[in-house]
Design a protein around this ligand. Sequence first.
Ligand SMILES: [Zn+2]
Length: 219
Amino acid sequence: MIEGPSDVDARAAQDAWAMRLALDQALNAQLAGEVPVGAVLVRQVDGVPQVVATGYNRPVTTSDPTAHAEIVALRHAAQMLENYRLPDCVLYVTLEPCAMCAMAMMHARLERVVFGAADPKTGAAGSVLNLFAQPQLNHQTAIEGGLMADACGRLLREFFQRRRAEQKEARLSVPTPSPASSALPDEGTPTTTGPRGTPEGGIPAGEATEGGEWPLPTI
Ligand SMILES: [Zn+2]
């Protein structure tokens, strides 16, 4: 179908509105102490976009490694609509989906996926691999990235900056070990390779993971 200008405008307006809602969900994750990633599922009802379900990242608080924002939203939507296929839904997520979420989106037969910031560590929509561009897979889901990438990425960067500061403070507040225990590893044992470059508008490599991997593995 060829879209006229009004269709394009309407879609852009829906995308911006929905991504702002996804950002709100990411803040919910942050309030819960989780890595701030949020997702929203939208579908058109009588020509009007409606939110079907929302989700935010919460694997730590629910002890569930699959509880990424997208999976949470997909589960809610499928249960609500009583259908494991969601072919007329668009999913908005603040961070590039990982491989698990990408495949779940394809199983759900989503119409389209829109993400905000790229994830150089686990992104499966072009950053690490691109599951959305595999001709061997029997279903293709349209994917678009970079919508409000700065706002989405800023949330993550600031979250991890705060975490680093808190961890540093916690380390400094630990009483100095007595000479007898000096054989124990101390803060001289590096857990990371030191400051990494933070590309403008991007996420520091290795940090933008919904699973909240922390401390970071040494690169
Ligand atoms: Zn994921």
